[in-house]
Structure formats: structure tokens, C-alpha cells
Design a protein around this ligand. Structure first.
Ligand code: ARG
Length: 457
């Protein structure tokens, strides 16, 4: 393709280090689509004759059919998917194939193909996240009023509902969805027609190719168009943030599935056994989701470091942009699907959650709040009195609500039997009706709002 000024071919190692076909063959559909758009435009602009364009388009269809059947070949001589497509086109249609590369460079070609690929990747991720969100909403709805311990420092803090806890993840993932949507909107400009770096002297129509490929318009600067990969980094940043959220949820599943917690039983489909310990049911999928998040972060770091020192415009370093994006995408897609499956099929052990919520003096804050409200104490004093009540309950080995009223009144004369109304975990969660709070009424409201927004799209 570029041998005109060379007397000798490249060495075998040169070939190997230079070739990107082993990974960029994954963009063959995008490569064909971009070539079709480019050829069509060349015809419409009178740059290439109509019969040649017709031959090129027919030839590209034939190449696509070959790719569909056998995939692109791992042929290092042809370097990359762009050269392989052109070479195959030449095999099919002969001379007119040589006209396809008019007013185009592999630099704007790869920038275009890769944007198209990342755009498709975002659409796939968004579809996966939609299923995950629906699973979270379903399970949250089932457990809107089931009480579990809420933690800070992983110490029992205040009771919450399982529905509320799951909806926290729904919120996080909703922001991830919006990050992907933002990235998609921002990247949706077409670099095709930037040519090698400076644009072209041919009378091309960049609006036409951009529109044909579903972009909002062409990129405005040819140097930028061929040499930035911020669109890929936007994708990786959104992917990393999303993976991080999935990792926290996965970590909770790992903890909750452990015997000391016993909050969740993962279904058989999402558990693995041990080759030596017959009793084991290991949460491997959750552990791998947690693990994959580290690799996804590594992919983002890799591309950032690749890009950070490159002068404008294209440098071959940029060929290394694709493996980390492909890897991160595969890991993320798997993680989302695995998390969705685990959530859909998990059995939440609500009786056990309730027992634990009931055992940790988790309604102590409710007692302090009651003292403020009903006995007029300043909160600091109420906190101190409640601390003494907890110490007494601990000494007697009973829950707060099981303390005799005489014991309570002995600690503070303002405490009356009415206090028992707030000491149960159900009363505690029901009282937390502030917007965004854990009261079952609020949780159901949040679920309904989220469902309505999702149906609207
Ligand atoms: N395979 C190359 C890549 O992925 C395509 C662009 C090659 N451009 C060049 N001037 N050598 O970046």
C-alpha cells in the first residue's frame, strides 16, 4: 500500500510491532460503514465517477459478507483493518478499488471507525445498565419495608430498609447512565474528511458523510479530528466509575453471603463450589466483578498515559488506543450482566437482616431524638442520657425496648412509657420520612419516580 519509495520490505519484527489487525479487526463493521459513506460522498461530489462508486459499494458488500462469514484474516502484511478491507476490495473489483482512498487517510479513517465503535459500545452498555436498573427496582420494590441494619464504619448504625439500600445503587447507576449518555453526545462528531491532518483539496462534503454515519456533524478542526482520543477516555472514565459502583455492590454481596452475615444466598447459577470443601458456595462472580473494576481502571490509566505526551497530530502510539478500550468494554459488559443475574436471582435473608438490625441498639438515635422532642433536652444532653441507657441495656443483656420503664426513668426522669413507640426498628424506619429517607413510604415513592422516568426514557 505504501511501498513506492521502499526498496526492501519490513523485517518480521517490524511487521509484528506495526500491525494492529489482531485487535482492530474488531472494527470491521465500522470500517465498512465509513468506507461506504465516504465512497457515496465521493460519487455525489463528482470526485469519483458513478460507475466506479457503484463497483466500490458492491465490492464493499462482498468484503463485508466475507468478513461476516470468516472474519478478517490475521494477516500482518496488511497491517490493519483499513488496509485489509482495501486489499480485499481490490481482489474483488480491481482498479476502481484504488479510488476509494481519494481524499482520505487512515488517520481520519481510524478516528472515524473508532468513534463509531465506541458509540456502539456505549449503546450496548446502556442497554445492559437498563436491565440492571430494572432488576434493582424490582428487588427494591419487593423489599421496600424489610428492615436491615444500616452501617457506618461497618458498625450497626441505624436501621434502614433493604429496598432503600438497593435504591442507593439505583441512584449511582443512574448517574453512570447519564455519564455514558454525556460521553456519547460529546463524541458524536465525525472526523472523516480531516484526511491525514490538514484536510484535503478535494471538494468533499463532510456534512454528508457525518450525516450518513449518524453523527451530529463534522469535527471542526482537522488536526484535532485525527489526533485526539478524548472520546475513548470519556468512555473509559464512565466505564471506570460504573465499574467502581458495581465493585462496591459486589463487595457487599461477598460480605452478605458470608456465614457471619448471612444476609443473602446467591442462587446456584451464580455460585461456585470448592474442589476440596464440599460445603462451600463461593460468590466468585461477585469477587470477579470486584476484581474486574481494577483492570478497567488500569485500561483508563493506560490510555491516559499513552496520550499525555503526544505532539499533534497522529503518532503511531495512538494505535495502542484500542486494546484498553476493547478490554475495558468486555470486562464491563460481563460485570453488568453478572451483577444483573445475581441481583435477579439472589434470596435476601430478611429474617436474619432483621435480627441483626434488632440486636445492635440501632434505635439509640431515635431515643435521643425523642428526648429532644418530648422532654425538651438539648441534643448533646439527650445523646449523653441515651449513651447511659445503652450501657444499662448492654449490662442487662436486653434490647432498648425491653428495658423496664423504671430503669429508664432512673436514668432520666423525663422518660415516660410513650418512649416505647420509637424504640422498635420498624418505628425507627417508618419515622425517617424526610425526602430521600428510608421510610417505606419514601422508598416506594422513589421506586415509582424512577420507574416513571425509565418508562419515559
Ligand atoms: N492502524 C492504525 C491505528 O490504529 C491506523 C492509522 C495508521 N496511520 C498511519 N499514519 N500509519 O492507529
Amino acid at each position: 500500500m505504501w511501498g513506492g519509495r521502499f526498496a526492501e520490505g519490513p523485517s518480521a519484527v517490524m511487521r509484528e510491532i506495526n500491525a494492529s489487525i489482531p485487535f482492530d479487526k474488531r472494527m470491521w463493521q465500522q470500517d465498512i460503514a465509513a468506507s461506504r459513506a465516504h465512497a457515496t460522498m465521493l460519487g455525489e461530489q463528482g470526485i469519483v465517477a458513478a460507475d466506479d462508486v457503484a463497483a466500490i459499494l458492491e465490492g464493499l458488500d462482498a468484503v463485508a459478507a466475507d468478513y461476516e462469514r470468516d472474519g478478517p484474516a490475521d494477516d500482518l502484511v496488511l497491517e490493519d483493518i483499513h488496509m485489509q478491507t482495501e486489499a480485499r476490495l481490490a481482489e474483488k473489483i480491481g482498479t476502481p478499488a484504488g479510488r476509494l482512498h481519494t481524499a482520505r487517510s487512515r488517520n481520519d479513517q481510524v478516528a472515524t471507525d473508532f468513534r463509531l465503535w465506541v458509540r456502539d459500545a456505549i449503546d450496548a452498555v446502556l442497554a445492559g445498565l437498563d436491565a440492571l436498573q430494572r432488576a434493582l427496582l424490582d428487588r427494591a420494590g419487593e423489599h421496600a419495608a424489610d428492615v436491615m441494619p444500616g452501617f457506618t464504619h461497618l458498625q450497626s448504625a441505624q436501621p434502614v430498609t433493604l429496598g432503600h439500600h438497593l435504591m442507593a445503587y439505583h441512584e449511582m447507576i443512574a448517574r453512570d447512565e447519564s455519564r455514558f449518555a454525556d460521553a456519547r453526545a460529546r463524541m458524536n462528531r465525525c472526523p472523516l474528511g480531516s484526511a491525514a491532518l490538514a484536510g484535503t483539496g478535494f471538494p468533499i462534503d463532510r456534512d454528508a458523510t457525518a450525516a450518513a454515519l449518524g453523527f451530529d456533524g463534522p469535527t471542526a478542526n482537522s488536526l484535532d479530528g485525527v489526533s485526539d482520543r478524548d472520546f475513548a477516555l470519556d468512555y473509559l472514565a464512565a466505564a471506570t466509575q460504573c465499574a467502581l459502583h458495581l465493585s462496591r455492590l459486589a463487595e457487599e454481596f461477598v460480605l452478605w453471603a458470608s456465614q457471619p452475615f448471612g444476609f443473602v444466598a446467591l442462587s446456584d447459577q451464580w455460585s461456585t463450589g470448592s474442589s476440596i470443601m464440599p460445603q462451600k458456595r463461593n460468590p466468585d462472580a461477585a469477587e470477579l466483578v470486584r476484581g474486574h473494576s481494577g483492570r478497567i481502571l488500569g485500561c483508563m490509566t493506560a490510555l491516559m498515559v499513552t496520550m499525555k505526551g503526544l505532539p499533534l497530530a497522529y503518532s503511531k502510539d495512538m494505535q495502542d488506543d484500542k486494546p484498553p478500550v476493547f478490554e475495558a468494554h468486555d470486562l464491563l459488559a460481563l460485570s453488568i450482566a453478572a451483577m444483573t443475574g445475581m441481583i435477579e436471582s439472589a434470596t435476601f435473608r430478611t429474617t436474619r437482616m432483621r435480627e441483626v438490625a434488632d440486636a445492635g441498639f440501632a434505635t439509640a438515635t431515635d431515643l435521643a431524638d425523642w428526648l429532644v422532642r418530648e422532654a425538651g433536652l438539648p441534643f448533646r444532653e439527650a445523646h449523653h442520657v441515651t449513651g447511659r441507657v445503652v450501657a444499662r441495656a448492654e449490662a442487662l443483656g436486653v434490647k432498648l425496648e425491653a428495658l423496664p420503664i423504671e430503669e429508664l426513668a432512673a436514668i432520666h426522669a423525663g422518660i415516660t412509657p410513650a418512649v416505647f413507640d420509637v424504640l422498635s426498628i420498624d418505628a425507627s424506619v417508618a419515622s425517617r420520612r424526610s425526602f430521600g429517607g428510608t421510610a417505606p413510604t419514601r422508598v416506594r415513592e422513589a421506586i415509582a419516580t424512577a420507574r416513571a422516568a425509565r418508562e419515559k426514557g
